[in-house]
Design a protein around this ligand. Sequence first.
Ligand SMILES: Cc1cc2nc3c(=O)[nH]c(=O)nc-3n(C[C@H](O)[C@H](O)[C@H](O)COP(=O)(O)OP(=O)(O)OC[C@H]3O[C@@H](n4cnc5c(N)ncnc54)[C@H](O)[C@@H]3O)c2cc1C
Length: 386
Amino acid sequence: MGQWDAIVVGLGGMGSATAAMLARRGVRVLGLEAFEPLHTRGSSHGRSRIIREAYFESPDYVPLIRRAYELWRELEGLTGRDLLRITGGLNIGHPQSAFVAGALHSARQHALPHEVLDAEVTASRFPALRLPSDFVAVYEPHAGILDPEACVGAFHSVAVEAGASLRFQEPVRRWRVEGDGVLVETDRGIERAERLVLTPGPWAPQVLGGLGVPLRVQRVVNVHFEPDDPARFAPERLPVYLLDVREGDYYGFPALPGQGIKFGRHDRGEICTADTIRREVSAQEVEALRDVLNRYLPGAATSVSRVVTCMYTMTPDAHFVIDRHLEWPQVVIGCGFSGHGFKFASVVGEILADLALDGRTRHPIGFLSLRRFGAREPGTGGVRDQ
Ligand SMILES: Cc1cc2nc3c(=O)[nH]c(=O)nc-3n(C[C@H](O)[C@H](O)[C@H](O)COP(=O)(O)OP(=O)(O)OC[C@H]3O[C@@H](n4cnc5c(N)ncnc54)[C@H](O)[C@@H]3O)c2cc1C
């Protein structure tokens, strides 16, 4: 039986960041991942993720995203890899829409640099966009694009260099507490650790079964389109954008070399499980995205170069869960990232490492606690098998 200070289950965005942070703090870490490195079955693949600061979801995220930016730059320094590209970002919709009003609320509360542009000014500054005349755009200069595969790969390298053991294609079959520690079972045997960090992404319902957090896994489709005139849609002329339009909530990227324009719908998706998700994408799904993209960015969507399926793991309030287990403080949980977690992975790794090693963190994460769902109180549970 192996003996570790900490075991991390799931080495996607959050788990790889946590393993790297734990290893850099000098503890003996085992990371266990069900699939191969950088696989495409979870939630952290697809070559681009938006990072933004004027956080429409809640101003409570702003201190966390500020630290996340610092840690992304630190990771670039540690690995010599380019991970983050600043493009600026636009939160677009009616003035009272969540994207616009929420971004403004965060920007004002935290004195973040931003501009409010009407539809005409938006079109003159960013000629790819054609917005209804009653729309506005909140422009934030610090938004940009993370490369998720490069980020996860960088965390893996940092973790291994700092002494972590990362084992792939070794799913965790069961875990349970034993005394002050934990036992984790895989097909290779049983490992023992002082601390357990669970970051299973869309497999959270299976891995955390019985925790009392009502999670819902949602299938999401992204389509990469080739534009008619790549120069008009290049990152120098088009930032990342969120669109709250009558058709729904969408997000998109500028045209990136070899990737075209990636576009997706944020507010809706088939309910699924990580094991049964429908991976084929229908022609109707592609056409629905193409229509909306061409309506607000004319000429953006000509041919299709790639389709991707991915999953959101939704909590009822669409805020993350980052906490210690309520019954077993040696078990730490990061899940329910609700389709907007990747940009925070660097700081989530720092927080989960804090919780695992010290039982607390200096970061303001009260709004992400398990207790908000009325989850089980200490002393009411037994050993959890998954
Ligand atoms: C299409 C799409 C677009 C998105 N866009 C953005 C965006 O622009 N900006 C943003 O910030 N966020 C975005 N998100 C959300 C973000 O990508 C996710 O919140 C984040 O990647 C979740 O990371 P994770 O580590 O929780 O999950 P994952 O990266 O899926 O990692 C979980 C890992 O756990 C492993 N695992 C599960 N069970 C076991 C087990 N029993 N044993 C061992 N290993 C196990 C899995 O194999 C997986 O590798 C997007 C998500 C999607 C799907």
